[in-house]
Design a protein around this ligand. Structure first.
Ligand code: FAD
Ligand code: NAG
Ligand code: NAG
Length: 365
C-alpha cells in the first residue's frame, strides 16, 4: 500500500470542513482538522455560524467566483433532495431590483444576482423574470427561481459527522504560524501538507499576512416567523451598505432577516438601531412576514447576530504555496459566498492538494 499522506486542515468553518470532507474520500489521506473555533461556537472571529445561508449567486460572469458557484449547485441540490440529515431545503426565491441602487455597495454586491439574463439562470430551476405589472411601487424589476437554504446549525455538524466517518480527527488549536500547524497532525508526524482555511483569521496569522482581506459586517435578526419564500432586494433608503433579505432555514431553524454589508467594520455587538431598521424594511418589503396589519411588533425574535464576511480584494485565494518548507494549499477569503461556492472551491483545493503531494513525494524519491 502506498504510504499515507498526512494532512492538517487549519480551520473548521464551511471552507475547512468541506475541503476536509472531500479530501477524506481518498483513504490514503490521513487528516487532522485543527481550529480555534468549531461548530457550536458563536464568535465574531468565526463567520460560518452567522450565515443564512442560501445560494444567491453573485460572481461576475466568467470569473473563478462564478465558476465555483456554478460547481457548487449540484452538490447542494443533491443534499436538499436526498439527504434530509444535512439540513438543507429548497425554497422559492424572489430578487427585487431598484435602478437607484446600481452604484451602492449592496447594489454592486447584487449586480449579477439581479440581472435579467444572469449566468445562473440555467443552473437553478424555474428561473424567470417577474412581469412588471406584478411589482410594487419603487421596484424596477425582479426575478424568480428555486434555490436552497442551509440550516448551518445542522449542516456544519453534519459535515463533521461525514468527516469522522471517514477517519478525520478533530482538535482544538490556535496557531501563530503555518509551520506550527504542520506539527499538529494526530499521528505525531510532521504533516506532508497544510490546508489553510482560516477565513478572516488569515489577516493576522503569521507566515503570510494577507492585507487584501477585510471584513464586511453583516447584522441579522433571527425570528420564528415564516415568510414562505426567500426574498431580497438590491438596497434600501437607509444607506449604501444596508439591504433587505430574509430566508428560512430548514428543519425549524428560524428565519434569518438581514442585513448589512459594512466594509472594514469590526464591531461584534448588534447595533439596536440597525436591528430596528432591518425589521422595518423586512416587514415593508414582505408584509406576509407578520400577521395582517402588524408591524415589527409581529416579529417573534429568537436572537440578534453579527458576523464578519471574510472578503478578499480580487477574490478568494485558492492556491498552492510553500511556507517555511511546508507545502500549503490556501482556501480562504470567501466574502459573502462561502457556502454557495463551498464545493467549487473545495474541488479546486483538492486538485491542488493532489498536485502538491505528488510534487512532494517525487522530491522524496
Ligand atoms: C450575516 C452573514 C450572512 C451570510 N450569508 C451567506 C449566504 O447566504 N450564503 C453564503 O454562501 N455565504 C454567506 N455568508 C458568508 C459565509 O458565512 C462565509 O463566506 C463563510 O462562513 C466563510 O467560511 P470560512 O470557513 O472560510 O471561515 P470561518 O467560518 O470564519 O472559519 C475560519 C476557521 O479558521 C479558524 N482559525 C482562524 N485563525 C486561526 C488560527 N490562527 N489558528 C487556528 N484556527 C484559526 C477559526 O477558528 C475557524 O474555525 C454570510 C456571512 C455573514 C456574516
Ligand atoms: C433590471 O434592471 C437593471 C438595470 O436596468 C438591469 O441591469 C437588469 O438586467 C434588470 N433585471 C431584470 C431581472 O429584469
Ligand atoms: C494562511 O494564509 C494567511 C494569509 O495569507 C497567512 O497569514 C497564514 O499564515 C496562512 N496559514 C497557513 C497555515 O498557511
Amino acid at each position: 500500500m502506498a504510504s499515507p499522506n498526512t494532512i492538517v486542515v487549519l480551520g473548521a468553518g464551511v471552507s475547512g470542513l468541506t475541503t476536509a470532507y472531500l479530501l477524506s474520500q481518498d483513504p490514503t489521506n490521513q487528516i487532522t482538522v485543527v481550529a480555534k473555533h468549531m461548530p457550536g461556537d458563536y464568535d465574531i472571529e468565526y463567520a460560518s455560524p452567522w450565515a443564512g445561508a442560501n445560494y444567491f449567486p453573485t460572481g461576475a460572469p466568467g470569473s473563478d467566483h462564478a465558476e465555483w458557484e456554478r460547481a457548487t449547485w449540484p452538490a447542494l441540490s443533491e443534499l436538499a433532495q436526498n439527504q434530509p440529515e444535512a439540513g438543507i431545503h429548497f425554497q422559492p426565491s424572489i430578487v427585487y431590483n431598484r435602478e437607484k441602487d446600481q452604484n451602492s455597495n449592496t447594489g454592486k454586491w447584487f449586480a449579477e444576482l439581479t440581472r435579467e439574463d444572469p449566468w445562473y439562470k440555467d443552473v437553478v430551476p424555474d428561473f424567470r423574470k417577474i412581469p412588471s405589472n406584478e411589482l410594487a411601487p419603487g421596484i424596477d424589476n425582479a426575478s424568480y427561481f428555486t434555490s436552497v437554504c442551509i440550516n448551518v446549525a445542522v449542516y456544519l455538524p453534519w459535515l463533521i459527522g461525514q468527516c469522522r466517518r471517514n477517519g478525520v480527527v478533530f482538535k482544538r488549536g490556535v496557531f501563530k504560524h503555518v509551520s506550527d500547524a504542520a506539527h499538529a497532525h494526530h499521528s505525531g508526524k510532521k504533516a506532508d501538507l497544510v490546508v489553510n482555511c482560516t477565513g478572516l483569521g488569515s489577516k493576522k496569522l503569521g507566515g503570510v499576512l494577507d492585507d487584501a482581506l477585510y471584513p464586511a459586517r453583516g447584522q441579522v435578526v433571527v425570528v420564528r416567523n415564516d415568510p414562505g419564500a426567500m426574498v431580497s432586494i438590491s438596497g434600501s433608503d437607509d444607506g449604501a451598505d444596508e439591504v433587505v433579505y430574509m430566508m428560512t432555514r430548514a428543519a425549524g431553524g428560524g428565519t434569518v432577516i438581514g442585513g448589512s454589508y459594512q466594509k472594514d467594520n469590526w464591531e461584534s455587538q448588534p447595533d439596536p438601531n440597525l436591528a430596528v431598521r432591518i425589521m422595518k424594511r423586512a416587514v415593508a418589503l414582505w408584509p406576509n412576514l407578520v400577521a395582517e396589519g402588524q408591524g415589527i411588533e409581529g416579529l417573534d425574535i429568537i436572537r440578534h447576530g453579527v458576523g464578519l464576511r471574510p472578503v478578499r480584494e480580487g477574490g478568494p485565494r485558492v492556491a498552492k504555496d510553500v511556507v517555511d518548507g511546508v507545502p500549503v494549499v490556501h482556501n480562504y477569503g470567501h466574502g459573502g459566498f462561502g457556502y454557495q461556492a463551498s464545493y467549487g472551491c473545495a474541488y479546486t483545493a483538492v486538485k491542488l492538494a493532489k498536485e502538491a503531494l505528488q510534487e512532494r513525494n517525487q522530491a522524496k524519491l
